[in-house]
Design a protein around this ligand. Sequence first.
Ligand code: DGL
Length: 255
Amino acid sequence: MNNNPIGIYDSGFGGLTVWREVRRALPGESLVYLGDGKNCPYGSRPEEEVRSLADDAVGELVAAGCKLIVVACNTATAAAIDFLRTKYAPLPIVGMEPAVKPACLHTRSGVVGVLATERSLDGELFRRTAARYGSGIEVLTVPGRGFVELVEQDREATPEAEACVREAVEGMLERGADQIVLGCTHYPFLLPVLRRVVEGRGIEIVDPSPAVARRVVQLLDENDLRAESSHAPEYRFCTFADESYRTRLEHKAFL
Ligand code: DGL
């Protein structure tokens, strides 16, 4: 038993989509969310820079006493997960899995689309996963250009967002993709718009965050880290940006 919080980290607002799933799966656990905000977006930064930003963030969460950390950012996972697990061992650290496996298992058309940041698509983690599960399947990767900025500026429900999403998925639709993987934790905020764009085409949208929350549950149990049943959970939000960004994080989490 351990009443310390679970730490959840992202470059900005994106990890809140994972935060929501973790809260749903573990309503008795305290959570500390760290949304960098100051250095967002990470998506086109060099790998070493993302690794060092992720190290700073995880260091903060460790200092806050977190018993388990979720790197709720595909870009930071791709750049830093092995490094972080080695540096902070034996602390359990959960990363984002590019959900290419379920998409490849479920596709009927044999064409799978993946939306992610440039850095994630470029990384070894994605290449390995795609090679492992995507044999005989056409895996189309497209960077979600402008997606992160739209979410960070609370513009995910605008006509501009719809145009941006339409442009990104057009090629996938033309090729007959029937699975679209959300490979960046910011992207589920664009789900209403994406659903509108693909409506009536029988496309399945794959969001890995519920699976990540299930992995957190599993690791807590394996390590006997669950909070006591009498524990009153607390939710804290922090950032490397300013107080107004922190307030926006808190607000968006509970929307
Ligand atoms: N939300 C992050 C991800 O899952 C990073 C987006 C960014 O900062 O570019 O990749």
